[in-house]
Design a protein around this ligand. Structure first.
Ligand code: A3P
Ligand code: MG
Ligand code: MG
Length: 362
């Protein structure tokens, strides 16, 4: 088995706007099997304290100023490589019953969404690292040099626009459904609430973490109880341009809507609430998108993206099996210009924390 090569994937055959006739794969409804909070130090807490409940501001509060308090915003600091997968390992070690699910792939919703977007991606490269451990492939992201540069060079105006999304979340969510949202404190963008989902794609068992924006409920739920977690109705919050111009509309139709669809579909969310803002960051109205109909009249195919996800993960699983080493690790580089995913076998890459490896091996 060569230590470098390409995954056998037909990326170039997919084009925006061309019909796709293959049926949607067998994708079981994702079930939440756990939840956790990420605190301001970006560490995992085994509780649901950071869960938010949806509370839409009254009409009289509009327009909402997304720049309010932006001078004091606490942005998410850059994290060391594999920090997020280490947090997921922490959760699994606290809830070892998750290992009984014998997942083929353990990862994050954001990574699955990234893979699903590949058939239509012609510009942006990405990099993932996969490591096999106790029969599961742990799949983590690695920042590419271009992504690092983009992050480090991001103009402050663009950083502020990113913060608008979090400020919108603050306006619409409360930790106690009986209380109004607290909107006069700086937003801390590091804090998160996340769920772990279990799903099956054409027989491949998936386990993945996903940050969740809010829950639609008038009562506080005990999300640590499996029945209440499963019954919780999650809603995705987004911001988008009010009165989109031609360029914005095309970008929404081609890419943004497919990202929204993938992100919500992967966690079984049915409704996206989009806050529509003007270029100055004043939010004028909220528009609801039904995830089930979001694909209509769009140039992308949901079936193409879901089938591609299966093909990618199946190829990866086959590759890992062929490497035939107990803790095989590969780096996967998607190169948009070549429409290829290259792999490189890594020798001494430490993806999973040592304590986790030791704990599971005992
Ligand atoms: P918008 O949704 O208004 O774009 P999410 O919607 O996934 O819950 O993310 C919440 C906000 O985080 C987004 O608001 C966006 O501003 C910011 N965000 C998400 N992904 C990001 C990324 N890769 N880089 C920078 N900001 C990001
Ligand atoms: Mg979110
Ligand atoms: Mg959101």
């Amino acid at each position: 088995m060569s230590s470098t090569g390409t995954l056998h994937l037909n990326i170039r055959t997919h084009k925006l706007g061309t019909p796709y006739s293959v049926a949607f794969p067998n994708f079981s409804r994702p079930e939440p099997v756990g939840c956790y909070s990420i605190n301001e130090s970006r560490e995992l807490e085994d509780n649901a304290n950071n869960a938010g409940y949806l509370r839409i501001p009254p009409q009289t509060d509009f327009p909402l100023d997304l720049n309010a308090g932006i001078e004091q915003v606490q942005r998410k600091p850059p994290e060391p490589d594999y920090h997020d997968i280490a947090q997921l390992c922490r959760y699994i070690s606290l809830h070892p019953k998750l290992l009984q699910l014998q997942a083929d792939v353990i990862t994050f919703r954001g990574i699955l969404r990234q893979i699903m977007g590949t058939p239509y991606e012609r510009q942006k490269d990405y990099c993932l690292v996969a490591t096999l451990f106790h029969g599961s492939i742990y799949l983590a992201k690695l920042e590419t040099p271009e992504q690092r540069e983009e992050r480090q060079q991001m103009p402050s105006q663009q950083q502020d626009m990113c913060s608008w999304g979090f400020k919108f979340e603050q306006y619409c969510t409360t930790h106690d459904p009986q209380e109004k949202p607290i909107t006069d404190v700086p937003v801390n963008e590091s804090k998160e609430f996340a769920c772990i989902y279990s799903s099956k794609l054409n027989g491949l068992k998936l386990l993945y973490g996903a940050e969740m924006d809010c829950i639609k409920s008038t009562q506080r739920l005990d999300l640590r109880q499996e029945s209440q977690l499963r019954a919780a109705q999650f809603v995705e919050l987004k911001t988008s341009a009010l009165d989109m111009n031609f360029r914005q509309q095309r970008s929404f139709d081609n890419y943004k809507s497919s990202n929204w669809w993938c992100q919500s579909y992967l966690v079984g969310i049915g409704s996206i609430l989009a806050g529509l803002r003007d270029p100055q960051g004043m939010l004028h109205e909220i528009k609801e998108y039904d995830v089930r109909t979001l694909h209509r009249n769009k140039p992308w195919s949901a079936a193409a993206m879901a089938n591609f996800l299966y093909d990618f993960l199946h190829e990866l699983k086959t590759l890992m099996a062929h490497l035939n080493t107990p803790e095989a690790t590969v780096r996967l580089d998607f190169k948009a210009a070549q429409s290829q995913v290259y792999y490189t076998v890594l020798k001494d890459e430490q993806v999973l924390p040592t304590w986790y490896r030791q704990q599971l091996s005992n």
